[in-house]
Write a protein that binds this ligand. Structure first.
Ligand code: DQA
Length: 141
């Protein structure tokens, strides 16, 4: 099995950035725990701050991987191009967010990506990723 987690802009700063919202753990630390918990998931991790690079990674993995867990950060609310990329690939995508985007500013209430995703998980901190991986593992077998 192959599942990739793709993180978008500013998520390289997890653990440092706005810790009252996103917590104080770095993603690399969390990812180590996740791979230890789910060795059977064949987990990989990719992060980019650049819209086109996220699209390239969706194309690269979206025809051969079993699942994609995508936190597109603020591009969630703005990127028609990432939404089109999700629509164009075969691998199912779960949209995830650490924060509950519906309890925040109005401009975070709309996801341009969600329509093309298989599901959305928002508001469980780092465990949003864990829930998405768990869901892939339960449904993909
Ligand atoms: C986020 C929510 C987005 O609105 C924000 O722009 C982020 C992080 C989250 O994980 O809660 O960068 O995707």
């Amino acid at each position: 099995m192959k599942i990739i987690i793709i993180n978008g802009p500013n998520l390289n700063l997890l653990g440092i950035r706005e810790t009252s919202i996103y917590g104080s753990q770095s993603f690399t630390d969390y990812f180590k725990k996740l791979t230890a918990e789910f060795p059977q998931a064949g987990l990989e991790y990719y992060q980019s701050n650049i819209e086109g690079e996220i699209i390239n990674k969706l194309h690269e993995t979206g025809f051969s991987y079993d699942g994609i867990v995508l936190n597109a950060g603020a591009y969630t609310h703005t990127s028609i191009a990432i939404s089109d990329a999700i629509a164009g690939i075969k691998t199912p995508v779960y949209e995830v967010h650490l924060s509950n985007v519906y309890s925040r500013e109005d401009y975070r209430h709309k996801s341009i990506l969600a329509k093309n995703c298989k599901g959305v998980i928002s508001g469980f901190g780092m465990d949003s990723y864990r829930l998405a991986v768990y869901q892939f593992l339960s449904t993909l077998k």
